[in-house]
Design a binder for this molecule. Structure first.
Ligand SMILES: [Zn+2]
Length: 454
């Protein structure tokens, strides 16, 4: 007796195979995805993946997945799934010829901002540096003016469009930082926008307080006073209102020193906000030692971090969050030494860093850049974009892999295998996006059937 490749709508008929009655308990899911050409589960140890673990994607050919109450009920082969769902009546999503992945986790963005800075790209093409543009009142300072001058509704409307683009390209969890307010009122306004968007948007948002993103112009001559404002006023208010889970800082030459950064992160930690830090993007100030001392969850950028600092971070249990879109948009040709980090067992996540200087929403593009410019393998890049991203935002037990009990955040991609993700670039491969088991993006009608062998 043969199981049907794709059951007709209606109850799945009993189909027990040559052995007679199936010994496995019956499943009664609400939805099943079946016939995936390849399913990448990322099943593995419950920790950020390093070394060989970061190359094991747990692929299942002809894979199937069952969903109930927004969570993953079962993962296995299509044949087994149909056998175990016999007699039940789930909604069926046929994935013939296509790839199934966990939803992407984008663990580092500044997506809540107002305005744009397209003219600064022109300046950069003419040779101006990032710090030069910042010194002239451009860059972060310009976006800060635009964000301060915008209402919460206007910031939300602009941010919503970017979240839509992220979801449409397969991101289901995204970290979002404040950091373009730089006054207590405007930082809180940005975090409230993030909280409001969390209520209405399907994407899971992880809010981070980044009051120490830049020294605002009114504090240029007294940056320590600004740090005091962040520590004494902003952090207590943000923590009391539960507007963020993490606290971040931009530790960089001309921005915040190591000592100032440590004051901010220690105050955040004391208030219950988990520390993370932008370090070594342009100049190595010793931020790695500071981050290791504080037990930072992640460190971001790591463009000029030394090998011994990478080893220190690995020993501290910190995740390296690499942002290849930033040097790409800066065009300075300096990328993090990702292969040396892999060799030193630093777990890696990758992120868009979506911000007005690096306006990239697609994790598919970042996976491509990570292979081309950081020389991660496709396996390492996909691990970094899913399960390690989940650990980077403190949700490793909830999302980032297709495991029983986890949230049913699932992507269907219009490619047959994961190797196509970095190889076939520049278009959106996402066909279907499920968040908590619900279809939130559906492009099946727009796309032709895959011609690949099932
Ligand atoms: Zn950043």
């Amino acid at each position: 007796m043969h199981c049907p490749a794709l059951p007709q709508p209606g109850r799945i008929r009993a189909c027990t195979g040559p052995g007679g009655v199936s010994p496995l308990p019956r499943l009664e899911p609400e939805t099943i995805l079946i016939n995936a050409h390849q399913m990448v589960t990322l099943r593995g140890p419950n920790r950020p993946r390093v070394g060989a673990d970061a190359t094991h994607l747990g692929t299942v050919p002809k894979g199937a997945i069952a969903i109930k109450d927004g969570r993953i009920l079962h993962v296995g082969s299509t044949e087994e799934m149909l056998r175990r769902c016999a007699g039940s009546d789930p909604a069926i999503i046929d994935c013939t010829g296509r790839l199934v992945l966990p939803g992407f986790v984008d663990p580092h963005t500044h997506v809540a901002f107002a305005g744009s800075r397209e003219d600064e790209l022109q300046r950069k093409l003419e040779g101006a540096s990032y710090l030069q543009i910042l010194k002239e009142g451009g860059g972060i300072l310009r976006t800060t003016r635009a964000t301060r001058n915008s209402t919460a509704e206007a910031i939300a409307a602009q941010t919503r469009r970017r979240l839509d683009a992220m979801l449409a390209t397969g991101t289901t969890t995204v970290e979002v930082k404040s950091g373009y307010g730089l006054t207590t009122r405007d930082e809180i306004k940005s975090l409230e926008v993030i909280a409001q968007l969390q209520k209405e948007h399907p994407l899971r948002l992880v809010p981070t307080f980044l009051g120490a993103h830049a020294v605002p112009q009114e504090y240029t001559d007294r940056p320590d006073d600004y740090v005091t404002l962040v520590v004494d006023e902003m952090i207590p208010q943000v923590a009391a209102a539960r507007l963020a889970t993490h606290c971040d800082v931009f530790c960089e030459e001309g921005v915040f020193s190591v000592a100032q950064s440590e004051r901010v992160l220690q105050a955040g930690k004391d208030a219950g906000l988990r520390p993370r830090a932008h370090i070594d993007e342009l100049v190595n100030l010793g931020g790695a030692e500071m981050a290791a001392r504080l037990g930072a969850v992640t460190v971001e950028h790591l463009v000029c971090t030394t090998d011994s600092q990478v080893e220190l971070l690995a020993r501290a249990g910190t995740i390296g969050c690499l942002l290849p879109g930033t040097p790409y948009m800066l065009m300075d040709g300096r990328y993090p030494q990702a292969r040396r980090m892999v060799q030193r067992n630093l777990p890696l996540a990758i992120a868009t860093d979506c911000n007005p200087n690096c306006w990239i929403e697609s994790m598919q593009f970042i996976i491509g850049l990570s292979c081309m410019m950081l020389r991660l393998t496709p396996e390492e890049a996909i691990t970094a974009a899913t399960i390690n991203g989940a650990y980077a935002v403190g949700l490793g037990e909830e999302v980032g892999s297709l495991d029983v009990g986890k949230r049913a955040d699932i992507l269907l991609l219009d490619v047959p295998t994961y190797q196509h993700l970095p190889y076939h670039q520049g278009s959106n491969a996402a066909v279907l996006v499920l968040k908590d088991g619900k279809v939130v993006v559906d492009r099946r009608d727009e796309l032709h059937e895959s011609g690949a062998e099932p």
